[in-house]
Write a protein that binds this ligand. Structure first.
Ligand code: KIV
Length: 271
């Protein structure tokens, strides 16, 4: 029987078992209560309160401006809407890179104030001390390697990462380091499919890909992208399951027309 039909509450342990059984893990982002309820009730395994909220909720060009307080607001809203899925909250830029003590304080705030199940951090060796300190407090961590949008000013582009052997080897080393430190899962973003498949084979923790091919243990997408709410973003890896932008502008257009014409509200829609 599949985990989707048998598990009442998804934990980090459930995700490990899914990898062992070769059952694919599904993850989507959510940033608010209503969307989280829909995704959870549809049967998703994990919900990521991504710092992509900075882009799709707040309209910033990068993920850098979103604050710890804002991530906590989004995280707590999502948790209130979820009964089954594992909820992971992104630690925002500036909340963990400075020093490991500050990283721990930020992670504790997220866990206490959102009631989420885990946090996600971007980076490998450079942030290992922070990772170890957060883990030592009993807080589960999902790692994130490959394209790490918080470092966009270092990369200068959102192009595919780790195509060159040196960068690919560093990514593999970092994946092993994060696994050894005790992370329960790893996101790989926009890296060659063969490299991602190699990492998923070499490490025992689940590897969840975005633009990393099908040889990994699960997939994650940004909900606004997969539902077609956000039309501006069309990378090759994105599959659009709906065109909600068109559906919503159509519905709003109908409402405007009905109000203007006096058709809304009708006799039955008033007291
Ligand atoms: O912030 C986010 O939405 C993410 C995913 C793209 C993995 O980190």
């Amino acid at each position: 029987m599949s985990t989707q039909s048998t598990v009442k509450r998804v934990t980090t342990h459930v995700l490990s078992e899914m990898k062992l059984k070769g059952e694919k893990i599904t993850m989507l982002t959510a940033y608010d209560y209503s969307m989280a309820r829909i995704i959870d009730q549809a049967g998703i395994d994990a919900i990521l309160v991504g710092d992509s909220a900075s882009n799709v909720m707040a309209g910033y060009e990068t993920t850098l401006p979103i604050t710890l307080d804002q991530m906590i607001y989004h995280g707590a809203s999502v948790v209130r809407g979820v009964k089954r899925a594992l909820v992971v909250v992104d630690m925002p830029f500036g909340s963990y890179q400075g020093n490991s003590k500050e990283a721990l304080c930020s992670a504790i705030r997220i866990m206490k104030e959102t009631a989420a199940d885990a946090v996600k951090l971007e980076g490998g060796e450079e942030i290992l001390e922070s990772v170890q300190r957060i883990l030592s407090a009993g807080i589960p961590i999902m790692g994130h390697l490959g394209l790490t949008p918080q470092s966009i000013h270092k990369f200068g582009t959102y192009a595919i990462r780790a195509k060159e052997p040196d960068e690919a080897e560093k990514l593999v080393r970092d994946a092993h380091l994060l696994e050894k430190a005790g992370c329960f899962a790893l996101v790989l973003e926009k890296v060659p499919a063969a490299l991602a498949a190699r990492v998923a084979k070499e490490i025992a923790i689940p590897v969840i890909g975005i633009g990393a091919g099908g040889g990994v243990d699960g997939q994650v997408l940004v909900i606004h992208d997969m539902l077609g709410i956000n039309q501006e973003f069309s990378p090759r890896f994105l599959r659009r399951y709906h065109n909600l932008f068109a559906e919503m502008t159509g519905a709003v257009g109908n409402y405007i027309a009905d109000v203007k014409s006096g058709d809304f509200p009708n006799e039955r829609e008033q007291y």
